[in-house]
Ligand binder design. Structure first.
Ligand code: ZN
Length: 411
């Protein structure tokens, strides 16, 4: 995150500035969990004497606690260092296309309260963000937390984000949100709170990194296959956002020069050919052409258009056309991922998003696609799996995103 610091101080306007050695200790505990002084000194390459001094200052500032207070699950080791849960609070917001999830957590990222309600992003940024602010304020009031104790808010949104500025860029499913200053709007209500906005895929990757299958995995990719296709990239236990914050937007990699037109204006993008929306469109075509009796039956039941869920339902019923659509999508995604594997050499690829409900055939096709096109050395230790966190990845990740930006190192 430090690469953004000098260029974009606005993001860190309300962050607490820490001397860089203190910051490194805090960052290490966030990433790897409680440590003893000795283990911290070893991991960071500091002398024990230096570490003792740094830790003393962090304890005096009430940022860290040690010994019994640091244990979350019984006393295995007595002298572990951990965050002081009462130092402050964070909010995680997971905004989907049609609903919002919010979690209040303590400084140790432990959930104190959780909230869910339907909320349509098409209502526009003013209405949606006003409602989010209302829920946030009610939640704080209910827990008797003064606003200045709310250190940070992490928000995941379903569209491409200019991370440094906290605004959405050409969000296809969010008309009216283009370049809307989300961070400024939230900060007008919570001026002392750091506000971090990121796209939902990075936030889900963050959730996997903190408590899911990505824990302790140095380099991995989280791929969301839903209405669209996108990826969150983790390098050295950190989200990699690239120069402008839009790294991982793999949905518009071309897989067929003669393929269908994508909503981005190009032709044959993977998103136009293998996303949930693309699968639904292919199924619709098959139903209209009477190629599948099962899909035709769904279509004739009075619905306007078929969905990706119906494609998987048809496959579960044994429909060969639906199964073929799922397998072809999986193979195409696998082939795109093969290129990324050769380039980036991750040790784990996690697949999340609605289309994972298609069952094991989709995952098997992705694996085949990757293996058939990757170099043997790059797949030697590569694991490809479905995410097991489901909807929790987004909200856990939003909390982690918030927590990660509470502090900023002294320049
Ligand atoms: Zn495209």
């Amino acid at each position: 995150m430090s690469q953004y610091h000098r260029q974009h101080t606005d993001l860190f306007r309300s962050s607490v500035v820490l001397p860089s050695l203190q910051y490194k200790v805090v960052d290490t505990l966030r990433t790897f969990g409680p440590h003893s002084r000795t283990d911290l000194a070893r991991r960071l390459g500091y002398s024990r004497a230096l570490m003792t001094g740094i830790v003393k200052e962090l304890i005096e500032r009430a940022i860290l606690v040690e010994g019994k207070d640091a244990e979350s699950t019984g006393g295995r080791r007595a002298r572990l260092l951990n965050f002081n849960p009462d130092f402050g609070y964070v909010l995680g917001v997971d905004l989907g296309a049609t609903s919002v999830d919010m979690t209040l957590a303590d400084f140790r990222e432990q959930c104190l309260a959780r909230f869910h309600e339907p909320l349509d992003v098409r209502l526009g940024p003013e209405a949606v963000l006003n409602r989010i602010l209302e829920i946030a304020q009610n939640t704080l009031d209910k827990h008797h937390i003064p606003n200045d104790k709310l250190l940070s808010i992490g928000i995941g949104v379903p569209g491409p984000v200019d991370f440094a500025n906290g605004i959405l860029i050409v969000p296809p499913i969010m008309p009216g949100w283009e370049r809307y200053p989300i961070r400024r709007k939230i900060q007008a209500h919570f001026p002392e709170t750091t506000v971090v906005v990121d796209n939902d895929v990075n936030v889900m990757a963050m959730g996997e990194l903190r408590t899911g299958a990505g824990q302790n995995v140095e380099n991995f990719i989280f791929v969301k296959v839903g209405t669209g296709i996108g990826a969150g990239i983790v390098v050295h236990h950190q989200i990699y956002r690239g120069s402008n914050g839009c790294a991982g937007d793999i949905g518009h990699i071309q897989v067929d020069r003669n393929g269908p037109v994508c909503h981005c204006g190009n032709v044959g993008c993977i998103e136009a050919m293998a996303s949930g929306a693309a699968m639904a469109r292919q199924a619709q075509q098959a139903a209209m052409n009477h190629e599948s009796a099962i899909l035709r039956r769904y279509f004739d039941s009075g619905i306007e258009s078929l969905t990706a869920e119906q494609v998987s339902a048809a496959a579960h019923e044994g429909d060969p056309v639906a199964l073929k659509i799922i397998q072809t999508s999986g193979t195409l995604i696998g082939e795109v991922l093969a290129g990324i594997v050769n380039f980036f050499n991750p040790s784990l690829i996690l697949i999340g998003g609605g289309v994972t409900k298609s069952g094991t055939q989709f995952l098997a096709a992705i694996r085949r696609g990757v293996l058939s096109r990757s170099l043997p050395l790059s797949t030697q230790h590569l694991r490809i799996d479905y995410s097991s966190m489901g909807d929790d990845a987004g909200i856990t990740g939003a909390i982690a995103l918030a927590a990660e930006h509470i502090f900023v190192p002294e320049p």
